[in-house]
Design a protein around this ligand. Sequence first.
Ligand SMILES: [Zn+2]
Length: 150
Amino acid sequence: MEQNHIKKLIESAFSVRGLAYAPYSGFSVGAALLAADGRVFCGCNIENAAFSPSICAERAAISQAISAGCREFAAVAVCGGPMERGAGEIDYCYPCGLCRQVLMEFCPPELPVYVARSAGDYRRHRLVDLLPHAFSAADLSGGGVGGCGC
Ligand SMILES: [Zn+2]
């Protein structure tokens, strides 16, 4: 992926981060999911007073994509931190375990995951490295080697 495309994807994540609804944690997160066809789906975290109904930015982005009929993805960028801190002032923010599992459902294991402090300061990981031995549809049919047993 070209450097300027990565930068634009990260900038999209930072842009949607500004829309986060996080009155309880004060921790705002933005995610920008690049579809294989070039579309970008963005999401921010949306908290709830009951906590359980809260949704992370990554799952908000993938929900938008799936709802738009898009199921092929090329990359995702994530940024997050305390609301009052902007680009360059936040640390790298990784997808939570739940989001990693949801991303794995729809994305290739090699999907680049960019976690960014700013558009020019980011780390690149492969999804499979963030969620090794993921539970998948193959496990349901007995074809996998994993399985959570729940
Ligand atoms: Zn999450």
